[in-house]
Design a protein around this ligand. Structure first.
Ligand SMILES: Cc1cc2nc3c(=O)[nH]c(=O)nc-3n(C[C@H](O)[C@H](O)[C@H](O)COP(=O)(O)O)c2cc1C
Length: 330
């Protein structure tokens, strides 16, 4: 049985790339797509920014044909601004619009957006209905278990948001007050899956970092698909590895050094293509350490990669890495 969001067919058990600010931009999404991800989202985009026509927000609307299916994620605190943001985002022609009700960081959640809507479900329902009515596209939601330990209200949230027309729900198994601390608890996600009223796909999110965990939690929590965030940073191979494990019960070999270098280079090239050389090279700096994690004595190379300013010089360092560490990495 295929999982469907509206008319979008995601196959039997989709793996989703989590929306991540400053990470899940088109260059990063390109390398995830190459490695088997089934569905992706943009970074979250401020509704206020979109309405003001802020360049940074507008740029995040850039999506490419090969990325489909892809969702644009929006956030905000004002219902009417979210309605307008949904209209603007729909014109960028994504496959769906996702609403962020999960962001815990102060300058989002304390300004009435993101996870703060978990404290006012009536407003969340109205906001969601306004977004659903503003677009012809399917609308999905990403949220957390609740605001804090005493108010884990996502069960009610799931029912009420389904009632106003969302087509899928992703739940990060933490509360807002947990931020990213402690471990994710998916047991409430399973309760929602078992609620006979719930018909829409429910995706589990939080702490999936290996094929075994994905397989175990898939079984244990009965979700329709899994969304992966941090484990994909510098390791887009996680998607193909999880899929291989699902299909065969065996582990796919980890990427060779050659593959790491190739994917890193592709990421850099895409970054330059999309952002221009200066910003492309600068913003790629945060990714190198992740691509080459686990290599002993790598510091010298990392220092060069994060300080060089020309693509030719960076390419030279990548070639040096190939020559120096000519070993397979697991
Ligand atoms: C750097 C970073 C940026 C994030 N930005 C967003 C965002 O823009 N929108 C969103 O819904 N969640 C965002 N998240 C949360 C992730 O989508 C995800 O819910 C969280 O990381 C838990 O999943 P994981 O354990 O697989 O990483 C972000 C997380 C990280 C680490």
């Amino acid at each position: 049985m295929s999982v469907k969001i509206g008319n979008i067919d995601l196959g039997a058990f989709p793996l989703l790339l989590a929306p991540m600010e400053d990470v899940s931009d088109p260059p990063f999404r390109f390398v995830c797509k190459q490695n088997g991800v089934d569905m992706m989202y943009t970074e979250f985009i401020s509704s206020e920014g979109l309405i003001r026509d802020a360049a940074k927000s507008r740029q995040k609307l850039d999506i490419f044909e090969y990325e489909r299916p892809i969702g644009i994620q929006i956030f905000g605190s004002e219902i009417d601004h979210m309605r307008q943001a949904a209209e603007i985002s729909s014109m960028a022609n994504p496959d769906l619009i996702d609403i962020n009700y999960g962001c815990p960081v102060k300058n989002v959640a304390c300004k009435g957006a993101g996870a703060s809507l978990l404290q006012d479900i009536d407003k969340m329902v109205k906001m969601t209905a306004a977004v659903v009515n503003a677009t012809h596209l399917p609308v999905t939601v990403k949220t957390r278990l609740g605001w804090d330990d005493n108010t884990k209200n996502v069960y009610e949230v799931a029912e009420r948001l389904q009632d106003v027309g969302i087509k899928a729900l992703t739940i990060h198994g933490r509360t807002r007050s947990q931020m990213y601390k402690g471990s994710a608890d998916w047991s409430l996600i399973r309760e929602i899956k078992r609620n006979p009223r719930i018909q829409i796909p429910i995706f589990g999110n939080g702490d999936i970092d290996s094929p075994e965990k994905a397989a175990n939690w898939r079984l244990e929590y009965e979700v329709d698909g899994i969304m992966i965030g941090r484990a994909a940073i510098g390791y887009p191979w996680i998607f193909r590895e999880v899929k291989h494990f699902f299909e065969t019960g065996t582990h796919l070999e980890g990427p060779t050094l050659e593959e790491r270098i190739d994917v890193c280079r592709t990421h850099l090239q895409k970054s330059i293509e999309w952002k221009g050389p200066k910003t492309g090279i600068f913003e790629m700096r945060r990714h190198y350490a992740n691509y080459f994690k686990g290599i002993a004595n790598f510091k010298e190379y990392r220092m060069k990669l994060v300080s060089l300013e020309s693509v030719e010089a960076i390419e030279d360092v990548l070639n040096d890495i190939r020559n120096k560490f000519d070993v397979e990495l697991v």
